[in-house]
Write a protein that binds this ligand. Structure first.
Ligand code: SIN
Length: 271
């Protein structure tokens, strides 16, 4: 089906493993267009045996668009756009251990993230991904109709816990259901890490509805699960997918780098 690589789905709903492509080298326009089309279809693409250098990782990200710097995470090799992902026996938290899309608290939340792990535990440390088109489609029509009208406030402070006062971090309002700018499909766009409140509702109403949605996206039929090896890469679309990094490998270590591609303002379902 594809000319420039092989592809194997992980589940019928989300995720595909791509083989026979070298991400360390520049992608031709035709290979990139085909890869982009596969990404739009599967939401998350996985690759094995990609020994990316920091510069190659940055160049790969820039193929998708302008890169952004994470508001509070450390960077590697003096490159602000190269975010460190690292957990070990001294870690007090694991980055991304609850369902989220990356930095949805920005006015223009990131379009894509590309994670390259260089060191993985012998067992565990998987990442789960969830399809937010499927989560929206599975709701009843009356619930879809309600959510289509709503806006929610996203706040980065929610994710920082006790560090919250040390950073000047983004916050923004977004439609609860966004229209993907490429596929035109509707995706649920609230998450447990950043979404604080539904505008126009009382706190109890908003908490109840958000809690229902946060539980709803946990249904396993929306998910795939990726088991990392050293030099695996994951490319995900933050506009229509959420992810969760499982911290089941303590006290072992897991490390790598992420680059994050700038996105645009989420489109509402109604003008
Ligand atoms: C993240 O970017 O949220 C971390 C994902 C992971 O470490 O698997």
């Amino acid at each position: 089906m594809y000319k420039h690589f092989g592809l194997q789905r992980l589940t019928p709903t989300i995720g595909a493993l791509v083989s026979g492509i070298d991400l360390c080298a520049p992608l031709s326009d035709k290979a990139f267009a085909e890869l982009h089309a596969a990404w739009m279809e599967h939401l998350v693409l996985f690759f094995r045996e990609q020994a990316l250098t920091p510069d190659q990782h940055i160049a790969l990200g820039q193929r998708f668009g302008e890169l952004e710097v994470h508001p509070d995470a450390p960077c590697a090799h003096g490159i602000p756009e190269l975010m460190v992902i690292h957990t070990d026996k001294d870690s007090r938290r694991n980055n991304g251990e609850n369902w989220h899309s990356d930095v949805s608290s920005r006015e223009e939340p990131p379009m894509a993230s590309i994670l390259h792990l260089t060191h993985v535990p012998e067992e565990g440390g998987d990442t789960l991904f969830a399809n937010m088109y499927a989560a929206y489609d599975a709701l009843s029509e009356p619930m879809q109709g309600l959510l289509d009208q709503l806006t929610a406030h996203h706040d980065h402070h929610q994710s920082l816990g006790s560090w919250r006062l040390q950073y000047d971090v983004p916050s923004a309002d977004h439609p609860v259901v966004r229209v993907h700018p490429v596929t035109g499909k509707k995706a649920l766009f609230v998450n447990a890490v950043f979404t604080e409140k539904i505008r126009g509702m009382s706190w109890p109403e908003s908490d109840a509805l958000l809690q229902f949605l946060f539980e709803h996206i946990k249904h396993p039929e929306f998910h795939c699960r990726f088991s990392w090896q050293a030099n695996s890469v994951a490319l995900w679309d933050n506009r229509c997918a959420q992810h969760l990094a499982v911290w089941d490998y303590y006290p072992n270590s897991r490390s790598g780098h992420r680059v994050t591609v700038k996105g645009d303002r989420p489109l509402p379902t109604t003008p």
